[in-house]
Design a protein around this ligand. Structure first.
Ligand code: PDD
Length: 284
């Protein structure tokens, strides 16, 4: 079955679907995106994803090409046409196509692309055994709160992780504090059982999964502090984990060459993971 994309008003097979060579997403990474998980045919946390999309668009002063009611119809239609029961929706909006000139074009129409694909949830072995991560300098710009398609630093970071046999790379700012992974948020559990994750400042993307986990932590009454932490603190932590729409929650058992805690997934991360999986199976 050929995959179907929604491109600037039309449903087309991927073979036919195309954007203009002078699209500003292609030339300047002048655009934003969202990745929404599809779980049992339902869209996980669609509303907060659309809220964040609007925030990113507003920060870049890109007008939404269609209203939310229409966008929700397109998203559902793309999920249906691609037969996605478990997988993801990818949604991208750029400032549009115009002769190349850095300043905003006067009359460009924003380009909207929506695709969906089937994919499995993360391998259960990763949840059971945990994953290794490396640490790298954070070389990104200072507005990582905007979900911009300018991801080349993240691409290089993820590749560095892959080449070291690690799942993810945690990026570290100039003060030695962890910001986030290349496509995930970073968390630790300290010796006294407090969950610590960086506050949603401009150095990180405020993950929708992060927000769901924060809500679970508050509901369950676990201790929580939103603050930055160093690599040394993470290496000495009792537990560590990462979160994203596609990774859900994965325990981190090795940071560079240091085991975290006992080198096995810790109990609090496992509880949060189970609670998140239940959340993802019931919201939409
Ligand atoms: N990545 N931080 C960064 C830099 C991200 O790219 C992502 C998401 C997250 C987690 O956000 P959320 O919980 O809303 O998925 C944090 C998506 C999945 C991606 O680029 O594929």
């Amino acid at each position: 079955m050929s995959r179907i994309a929604y491109v600037a008003g039309q449903y087309l097979s991927h073979r036919q679907a195309a954007v203009h060579i002078e699209d500003r997403g292609f030339q300047f990474a002048d655009g934003v995106y969202e990745v929404i998980a599809v779980n049992g045919g339902r869209l996980v946390d669609e509303a907060p994803h659309l809220t964040r999309l609007h925030r990113s668009l507003a920060e870049l002063r890109i007008a939404p090409p269609i209203g939310d009611a229409a966008l929700k119809i397109v998203i559902r239609e793309i999920v249906r046409r691609n037969g996605v029961n478990t997988g993801i929706v990818y949604l991208q909006i750029t400032r549009g196509a115009a002769p190349r000139e850095h300043a905003f074009p006067k009359a460009a129409k924003p380009t909207l692309v929506v695709t969906a694909r089937r994919s499995r949830p993360p391998d259960p072995r990763l949840g059971r055994d945990g994953i290794a991560i490396i640490t790298i300098p954070d070389i990104r710009w200072q507005r990582c709160d905007i979900k911009s398609v300018a991801l080349v630093a993240n691409v290089l970071g993820k590749q560095a992780a892959r080449e070291k046999g690690a799942y993810e790379a945690w990026q570290v700012d100039r003060a030695g504090q962890v910001t986030e992974g290349t496509s995930t948020n970073a968390w630790i559990v300290t010796g006294d059982g407090t969950v610590v994750t960086r506050a949603a400042d401009t150095a990180i993307l405020n993950g929708v999964t992060r927000l769901a986990i924060l809500a679970i932590i508050r509901r369950e009454g676990y201790r929580l502090i939103e603050r930055a932490f160093t690599v040394d603190e993470a290496k000495a932590a009792r537990e560590a984990f990462l979160t994203s729409a596609t990774a859900e929650l994965l325990p981190v058992v090795r940071i560079d060459d240091s085991p975290v805690g006992e080198g096995r997934p810790g109990p609090l991360g496992q509880k949060l993971r189970a609670a998140y999986v239940a959340h993802a199976a019931s919201t939409g």
